[in-house]
Write a protein that binds this ligand. Structure first.
Ligand code: DGL
Length: 273
């Protein structure tokens, strides 16, 4: 049932840091009049090398903080938190709808190449739990999945070294260690990797489809709001609040690259969880 004041509430978007801004950007493009609040848990970044127990605890605290702000839907815009904690978050926040990024990414890969060979590039935690492998197997029994943890790519994206010789050499080594560049799709299973898409494309086999789950996730969010009758009405552009648990200056500097436009540290609120 549609309720106007409920529909005015923002969509909460959460990531371990600035990487989820790639998902936020896609949501803004798909749903330009929705209000948004983004929380980057920069104090505890990276999640990808932490234990599942710590990741679940951090993700739950961040998600509950957004719930307290008043949101109508939560997007877990972090592959690692989606892989480890989606079920726990859904249970903790019930009845709030929660959308993760792994299911949309797996769906996009299977739709792009049914029965195909997929290579997942992700963090150690996401690979350790085989989150994409299982999500793809659930959708396409004929699919083949290889997974490769690529922690160095997170650092490259943060540093702004997403192209050039060093980035290409590192991507080449990861693809080689994953069994070679021949694959039908390469799934960018980490929020940071869309920044390296041109470098990955240059190194990968020419016919490999690169899967970035951001736009598919935005589609899942739109569908969930539609199902709940929770779309904000009117045409006025939605608002955006940015929250970070540490380093607002760095958040603004690095985050601008992920969001696609510059921001200043005055645009980011420092919070404690
Ligand atoms: N946001 C994380 C992900 O998508 C990458 C950064 C981290 O390890 O926290 O997996």
């Amino acid at each position: 049932m549609s309720d106007k004041s409920h529909n005015e509430l923002p969509i909460g978007v959460f990531d371990s840091g600035v990487g989820g801004l790639t998902v936020l950007k896609a949501i803004r493009e798909t749903l330009p009049n929705e209000n948004l609040v983004y929380l980057g848990d920069t104090a505890r970044l990276p999640y990808g090398t932490k234990s599942p127990a710590s990741i679940e605890r951090y993700a739950t605290q961040a998600a509950e903080r957004l719930q307290q702000e008043g949101i109508k839907l939560l997007v877990v815009a972090c592959n690692t938190a989606s892989a480890v904690a989606l079920g726990a978050l859904r249970a903790a926040l019930d009845p709030l709808p929660v959308v993760g990024v792994v299911e949309p990414g797996a769906t996009a890969a299977v739709e792009a190449r049914p029965g195909g060979r997929h290579l997942v590039l992700a963090t150690e935690a996401t690979v350790g739990l085989h989150a994409y492998r299982d999500a793809i197997a659930g959708r396409d029994a004929g699919a083949e999945v290889r997974e490769k943890a690529c922690e160095m790519l997170v650092a490259l994206a943060e540093e702004g070294w997403s192209d050039g010789e060093i980035a290409r050499a590192i991507v080449r080594r990861y693809l080689c260690e994953a069994g070679g560049a021949r694959t039908d799709t390469i799934i960018l299973g980490c929020t940071h990797f869309p920044l390296l898409i041109d470098t990955i494309r240059a190194v990968a086999a020419a016919d490999a489809v690169l899967i970035d789950s951001a736009s598919t996730t935005a589609g899942f969010v739109a569908a969930a709001l539609e199902t709940d009758g929770a779309r904000r009405s009117g045409r006025s552009p939605g608002t955006l609040r940015l929250l970070a648990t540490d380093g607002v200056t760095r958040f603004a500097r690095v985050g601008g690259r992920f969001l696609g436009h510059g921001m200043s540290d005055r645009d980011v609120e420092l919070i404690d969880l």
